[in-house]
Design a protein around this ligand. Structure first.
Ligand SMILES: [Zn+2]
Length: 218
């Protein structure tokens, strides 16, 4: 049965519209009048090509931890041996990667309860707003940060991990979503610098929400 034309669009119709815009080699033209033409776009557009459009997948693949029994949260929580752990309390944990980022700070906030954003229990959802505010303010207080950026992707791991990224201060080329393209190419921030940048954020969290410092900020 066809979907009603008055309802939300199907992915088949969405995909068909994208296909209709393809060139003869199944590539979309670079939208030079959009962000690729802005001064914050990190790549030279003369040599830029978009990859040929892939076919629709049969279905969405399972992510890591899609089944709660196989998620990291099914393992015993051992904060002392988690070298990515920045801060935690009984409901939340904040993590980083000591050698993984080119930004002054990149943090992941996760609830201890197994859920994703669309499946967050109301009592968990009620706690996330004040945390987002405190973490964002502490990141923007760092001397090397101009602005905090937030993201929720969730294409790899099923357990909610809300991403906080510090955009380097006065590096205006890194504004907006192209910052992530820069991030991959910037030199890695040394682990001791990541630790020093994490500490004021942990202090702000402990003073408002209690909890403890993790090894990554120790
Ligand atoms: Zn989980």
């Amino acid at each position: 049965m066809d979907a009603p034309s008055s309802g939300p669009e199907t992915i088949a119709d969405f995909y068909a519209r994208v296909e209709a815009a393809l060139g003869p080699d199944r590539r979309l033209p670079v939208a030079v009048e959009e962000m690729p033409g802005w001064d914050i776009f990190p790549f030279e557009i003369d040599s830029l090509r978009i990859k040929p459009l892939a076919p629709l997948a049969d279905s969405e693949p399972d992510r890591r931890g899609e089944n709660e029994d196989e998620c990291w949260c099914a393992d015993p929580f051992e904060p002392k041996s988690d070298d990515r752990l920045v801060w935690w309390n009984e409901n939340w944990k904040l993590s980083t990667d000591l050698f993984g980022s080119g930004l002054p700070i990149m943090l992941w906030l996760s609830p201890m309860t197994h859920c994703d954003l669309p499946t967050m229990p109301p009592e968990v959802a009620a706690g996330i707003g004040p945390l987002m505010t405190t973490i964002s303010a502490a990141i923007e207080d760092l001397p090397s940060v101009g602005r905090v950026q937030l993201a929720k992707y969730g294409d790899g791991g099923a357990h909610l991990h809300l991403l906080f990224m510090g955009r380097p201060s006065r590096m205006l080329q890194l504004r907006g979503s192209p910052m992530l393209d820069w991030e991959e190419n910037l030199p890695r921030v040394p682990a001791d610098v990541v630790q020093r940048n994490c500490r004021p954020i942990v202090e702000a969290l402990i003073s408002t929400f209690g909890g403890q410092t993790g090894p990554a900020a120790g």
